[in-house]
Design a protein around this ligand. Sequence first.
Ligand code: HEC
Length: 294
Amino acid sequence: MRGPLKTTHGAAPVALGLLIALYAVPGAQQPPAATPAPAAPAPAKPLVPVATNTVTAHPDAYYGLAVTINAAVEQILSKSAFSVDQRRVGAAADVKHDPTDVLVLVPTIQSPVELHAYVTVMGELVKFDPAEIARKAKDYKLDLPADVVAKYSGRPALLATSVINEKFVDLAKRLPPPLNAEEEAYQKVMRQVGPAFAALRPAVDGSNAETAGKNAAVLQKAFTDTEAFWKPKKAEPTLWAQNARKEVEAVQAAIAAGKWDEAKAHAATVGQACAQCHGAYRERFDDGSFRIKK
Ligand code: HEC
């Protein structure tokens, strides 16, 4: 059993989970003007604590809301889905006919829940329909058997962003995998590319040959390394890195010739390469760190 010390330690992850759930729920409405959400792209409505039997009795009142449910895992349905119920913990024999259980879908599930263990699940309550889930969770592949889909269709389901277990671990939180030596070196290169490119643009705009030249040199070397990293692995990012290097070299030539309009145009094209490659090969984790998309 867990002592009070563990509970104290657990408070932070739970609070964090709440925060993540609050900001991660899409389609949220504006909160009152007095409570702006700091540093969040879109303010979220507050989490509504609900009971499973309330939700199943009046689902229409909760669809589209960010809710939190504390209940026992009643049935494990797939790798990313389970049902919760507060009414009859562990009454497995009755499960099939139990109308008070709520389907929980966890697109970012990292480790499994335990049968009959208590969990706090947070996310948006939706009317279950595979097409609707596909729209709301773009990268998620629903992994339910057909009979389970049929059973829950048209019923309330929670599209969960957090699943806090009894050890206060959020099972839905995606943490970045450790870097190997090569990936670490790659990350160092990208961390040079960021500030160098940020400095290049205003230097070119201001016709500052010294600053522009210095940062272009950093980028030229960095994209040479980026290209070398990708070359044995994948053709597309190799080509994008190569193009970025060529554009940087064109910036360098334009600076040397004092052709600042040309330098500006080529610098802008370099910027497109960042977005192009990040869109396809960069992945952001819940803690804000980046990794190569596998
Ligand atoms: C050919 C692909 C590619 C190109 C081109 C590219 N990047 Fe990246 N970048 C990545 C990948 C993959 C990651 C994730 C790896 C990582 O961060 O460890 C990344 C990560 C980053 C990071 C985060 C580093 C960290 O982990 O803290 C920054 C900043 C960055 N890139 C800036 C840029 C800028 C600015 C440009 C354009 C001037 C650029 N990148 C061009 C592939 C690319």
